[in-house]
Ligand binder design. Structure first.
Ligand SMILES: [Zn+2]
Length: 126
């Protein structure tokens, strides 16, 4: 399971600090906070209404690139198509393809290997 209150980095086991995210973005963004690894610099944002809850696992630059590539394929499949129902259905379909429970099927929860796997699956849908 994903630890949404991380204290240890999922990439390097380093110490994770809860910091104001203007230290990363140069200004406060979203919830205003993030979890940041003091060893390798990986980080993850938090939810705006619940600024202590991480959106997923800590990600490094490479993971952020792959996450973006996945969203670029995934989001147009549901964006502008009415309700959030379509989005839910797509996450469900992706979870089945990945062989994981749907409640763990979020790009923010995927490690590098899973991001690449999701990308391959999404490529086949497009
Ligand atoms: Zn780290």
């Amino acid at each position: 399971m994903v630890d949404i209150y991380p204290t240890k980095c999922n990439l390097c086991n380093g110490k994770v600090a809860y910091i104001s995210n203007d230290m990363i973005y140069g200004r406060k963004y979203g919830s205003g906070y993030c979890y940041y690894c003091t060893s390798c610099g990986a980080y993850v944002g938090t939810h705006k209404p619940w600024p202590k809850k991480a959106m997923g696992i800590l990600a490094d630059e490479e993971m952020r690139v792959w996450k973006k590539k996945c969203h670029n394929l995934f989001d147009p499949l549901w964006q502008g198509k009415g309700t959030g129902k379509k989005r839910g259905q797509l996450y469900h379909k992706l979870a089945v393809c990945m062989g994981i429970p749907v409640d763990q099927c979020h790009f923010g929860y995927f490690d590098l290997a899973n991001l690449k796997k999701a990308y391959e699956i999404l490529m086949a849908w497009n």
